[in-house]
Design a protein. Structure first.
Length: 455
């Protein structure tokens, strides 16, 4: 009996230090949190730390935040982003209107534009719509003015100013009859229609060809565009073939698994509560300075975190299905625009494996290394198939569409072009804007028609 009591006493005595240690941990953390708050306050860094959300500020600003009908974040999705979007039965989801940050401005219609776009087109306005995903949208660009759409608009209006200043450098409206004079006139570049050119950035991060087709048919055509540009391809390679378009991440899974949805919500709230403590934020912000990988940056528009090669198909049959979907949807775009008499430009967007080795920067090479050999091999095979599709589209619809392959457009570019796998610098956008400028100005429907049939 004595031994039994003694043994129980010894067990209790051994358990006391363990219990005290367990109880001490929260107290230590509370003291550290209070110390961190005091230190940040003394350093007058409260405002600076409050704006930090565990990642570079520009990443949070460009990350999509999906809101429900009550304009509240979905419980199980990240609420860290600043670029607000809502679900749309027509196009999957769409950007909310009238929002802005230090990097972008979204107008009333949900387009990345400084000004509203009235449905009734002004008499002297020539409208060109740009559709696509985050590359066309201008992910990570410092302002609306740095984007592809803005640079292209400036280039076209510069052309109009040149035509007005020096009309003799362009083909005259009235063609001469005298053969030598006619030959000289025809050697000059054609004038494009006079007016105010407006390139409207209707691209939405995460969009694939299925979203763009619905957007074109239901949202864009009513604005009476004079030309439409579609810059895409990459998203279709990543999107599984059993889905026709990008949608709010995990929406179907949450609807079919309510308990799992609730548990995810609870764990996410706990994660956010810990991440928002001064102790964690200060440690990350001033000591650790975490950097996002190329995969996370490239997918920052969506609520995903797996490496990029995880989303690329390894099965040839699955790749074929995704490419066929891309082809079918673009064929429908061609038919829609041809029926409306609108020129369509389909461009296969750039991707970093097409950069080559001649002019690649140290930063871009680092991105390639992070992406890995499996990613590089799979994306190159996929881009080869997409290139084949746009060639077929050009042959099948020679009068209704112009296709461009931008995969290797930066092969000899001497400056930094890629910020990650697909997103471009302001200078990179400048290269695309110049290529698209020459394509648009060569379209007959944007040119001043000759006064009489050409010989």
């Amino acid at each position: 009996m004595f031994k039994s009591r003694y043994s129980t006493y010894r067990k209790r005595k051994r358990s006391l230090p363990l219990l005290m240690m367990i109880m001490t941990i929260p107290l230590v953390l509370i003291l550290l949190e209070l110390s961190a708050r005091l230190l940040v306050g003394v350093m007058d860094k409260n405002a600076e730390l409050a704006n930090y959300e565990g990642e570079p500020a520009i990443v949070n600003v460009y990350r999509l935040k999906f809101l429900n009908e009550a304009q509240k974040p979905y419980d199980a999705l990240s609420n860290r982003g600043r670029l607000a979007a809502q679900r749309s039965l027509a196009v999957g989801y769409r950007l909310m209107g009238k929002q802005q940050s230090n990097f972008w401005q979204i107008n009333e219609q949900g387009f990345r534009d400084d000004d509203s776009v009235p449905l009734l087109k002004p008499k002297n306005e020539i409208r060109i719509f740009l559709l696509g995903g985050s590359t066309a949208f201008g992910q990570w660009n410092p302002s609306n003015q740095a984007t592809l759409a803005s640079q292209l608009e400036a280039r076209l209006n510069e052309r109009i100013a040149q035509q007005r200043r020096s009309p003799e450098k362009y083909r005259p409206a009235e063609l001469p009859f005298y053969k030598p004079d006619l030959a000289k006139a025809l050697a000059l570049p054609s004038k494009i229609r006079d007016g105010q050119y407006r390139v409207i950035n209707a691209a939405v991060p995460g969009y694939t060809s299925g979203n763009e087709l619905a957007q074109l048919a239901l949202q864009i055509l009513p604005y009476k565009p004079d030309a439409i540009i579609v810059l895409d391809g990459y998203g279709d390679l990543l999107l599984p073939s059993d889905r026709i378009a990008a949608d709010i991440p995990h929406a179907e899974a949450f609807l079919s698994n309510a308990p799992g949805h609730f548990w995810t919500h609870l764990t996410q709230q706990l994660k956010y509560a810990i991440a928002d403590t001064y102790l964690v934020k200060a440690t990350q912000y001033w000591l650790l300075r975490p950097q996002l990988s190329a995969s996370r940056l490239s997918l920052a528009a969506m609520d995903e975190s797996a490496p990029l090669d995880h989303y690329l198909p390894t099965d040839p049959t699955e790749l074929e299905r995704r490419v066929t979907r891309y082809s079918d949807f673009h064929k429908q775009m061609v038919r829609l625009t041809a029926g409306a008499g609108i020129p369509l430009v389909i461009a296969l967007q750039p991707e970093i494996t097409g950069r080559g080795t001649k002019q690649i920067s140290v930063r871009e090479q680092k991105t390639l290394n992070e992406l890995g050999s499996a990613y590089q091999q799979r994306v190159q095979v996929g881009y080869g198939e997409l290139a084949r599709v746009i060639q077929q589209l050009q042959k099948a619809f020679p009068k209704n569409v112009k296709t461009l392959n931008f995969y290797q457009v930066y092969e000899n570019f001497p400056e930094l072009a890629f910020l990650d796998a697909i997103h471009l610098t302001e200078e990179g956008n400048g290269v695309l804007s110049e290529r698209l400028y020459h394509t648009l100005t060569a379209l007959r429907k944007l040119q001043v028609p000759p006064s009489r049939p050409l010989p």
